[in-house]
Design a protein around this ligand. Structure first.
Ligand SMILES: *[C@@H]1O[C@H](CO)[C@@H](O)[C@H](O)[C@H]1NC(C)=O
Ligand SMILES: *[C@@H]1O[C@H](CO)[C@@H](O)[C@H](O)[C@H]1NC(C)=O
Ligand SMILES: *[C@@H]1O[C@H](CO)[C@@H](O)[C@H](O)[C@H]1NC(C)=O
Length: 430
């Protein structure tokens, strides 16, 4: 016999029948080992120094075949780890299907190990293959007390079935809208979802069967998205939040002004104006402010600077091209880059503030970042100093000084999460 493995399973494990705890035992490379069980090689001796435990703990999870497989745990136990082989379905009285797994079950297993006198804390490790690897990734992401995880051929997405955890919905809802680049960008929505918000990344043109171009912004399309969110079982009503950048920000401001059940809006470099397109909702049309390309400047680099192309705002905050933001039922957070070369977003935010106050509303929160450009993205995204502007079909500069812009991105993200948490209610703790 090469090694001794003791199964402390079933009867002593509180976390369900589907688990065996294996404490690993003797060092077969020990000089005293002669092929028979040496006196010091006892069930509770650790392999290296022949001292009793505690041993480092590992939870071992196999794949979608189900049942309880102990061989890998046994082999690991032979190397001096306290290993729990954990079944999670299709075993004894465990569920017969993978449709609805609950992370609490796995949490209990981790806690069982952490509290076991033979397991050395402060954390435990995880080993998973295939579906088990996927589960280990979720455990490592959401549970406390996991210090290392090995994933063999796991997937980073859930391949099938639902995994529930105590934070499971309903969640506060947010619709996330990008700018003139079109298409569907999901990264910001994914990041928000990681903070417990049910987030809809909403494309509105140049994606699948959506139009390739548009001259009128029909708010009815966006209203449908709001209704979809509000009737969704995983979304906590009665209101949702909006997050938009650039043209997406102006769409969000229009939605907040005309549609119901919007309780918080974040505008990143929005203008508060209908820029180059009519904004239409039912009987209302907001005419575009328009621009004059003769005001395009060419920078030394050859890039275009379009910061001054928009027409003057005659009449200030009562200009008819302005979005009637005073109708918005919830608060608006304006985030602006002072070095925005796409538009004078700080100036626009000031006008928006004037309009709100002129209509007896509270002064909105404006967070203005020196040295930040137009595209204020989530933290640690590279700054985009210039790119092809789809409207002009020419390379234009967006502004921003890398260091200041990067710092602004880190801070702006925190402010956005705080704002939504305050006005949409806290998300279930993830
Ligand atoms: C890898 O995992 C996937 C599921 O995540 C499974 O379908 C596939 O059979 C696995 N391959 C191997 C070699 O284990
Ligand atoms: C919209 O908000 C109102 C007032 O808070 C609420 O009564 C209504 O149920 C909400 N509508 C939906 C579809 O959630
Ligand atoms: C701000 O948004 C406007 C509206 O789409 C856009 O044209 C401009 O390029 C943006 N500026 C920045 C700095 O993002």
């Amino acid at each position: 016999m090469d090694s001794l493995v003791v199964a402390l399973g079933l009867s002593t494990c509180s976390c369900g029948v589907g688990a065996y705890l294996l404490l690993g035992m003797c060092d077969h490379s020990s000089p005293t080992h002669d092929g028979t069980l040496s006196p010091e090689c006892k069930a509770d001796s650790s392999p290296l120094d022949h001292q009793p435990g505690p041993f480092p703990g590992i939870v071992d999870i196999l794949g979608a075949g189900g049942g309880l497989l102990e061989y890998r745990a046994s082999l690991l136990a032979g190397k001096g780890f306290a290993v729990m082989a954990l079944a999670y379905y299709n075993y004894e009285d465990l569920p017969k299907s993978l449709e609805n797994l609950h992370l609490e079950y796995f949490e209990e297993a981790v806690n069982y190990l952490l509290n076991h006198p033979q397991v050395k804390g402060p954390g435990v490790g995880l080993l998973g293959i295939s579906k088990g690897g996927e589960l280990c990734l979720s455990m490592a992401s959401l549970l406390k007390g996991i210090t290392a995880a090995v994933i063999i051929n796991g997937s980073v997405v859930r391949v099938g079935g639902n995994l529930h955890y105590k934070g499971s919905g309903p969640f506060p809802g947010i619709i996330d809208i990008f700018g003139i680049g079109g298409g569907l960008l999901e990264y910001r929505a994914s990041l928000l979802a990681g903070h417990g918000f049910a987030t809809l990344a909403l494309a509105y043109y140049d994606f699948n069967d959506l139009p390739k171009k548009f001259d009128v912004i029909h708010l009815e399309y966006f209203e449908e998205a709001v209704c979809y969110m509000l009737q969704h079982a995983q979304i906590k009503g009665p209101c949702i939040g909006l997050l938009g950048i650039s043209l997406g920000a102006d769409i969000c401001l229009s939605m907040a002004s005309f549609l119901k059940n919007i309780s918080a809006t974040v505008s990143i470099n929005g203008s508060g104006f209908s820029g180059d397109r009519v904004i239409h909702y039912k009987d209302s049309n907001i005419p575009p402010l328009g621009h004059d390309l003769r005001r395009v400047k060419v920078a030394f680099s050859g890039l275009l600077d379009i910061v001054d192309v928009r027409n003057d705002i005659v009449g200030g905050c009562e200009n008819p091209c302005m979005i009637p933001i005073e109708k918005a039922q919830g608060p608006i957070l304006f985030i602006v880059g002072q070095d925005d070369h796409n538009r004078r977003s700080e100036f626009y935010a000031q006008i928006a503030s004037e309009r709100l106050q002129a209509h007896g509303k509270e002064k909105p929160q404006i967070i203005s970042y020196p040295g930040a450009g137009h595209f204020i993205e989530p933290p640690y995204f590279p700054m985009c100093p210039a790119s092809l502007q789809t409207f002009l079909d020419k390379p234009v500069m967006w502004g921003g000084e890398p260091r200041a812009h990067s710092k602004a991105q880190v801070d702006a993200w925190k402010q956005i999460i705080t704002f939504f948490t305050k006005h949409l209610g806290p998300s279930p703790k993830l």
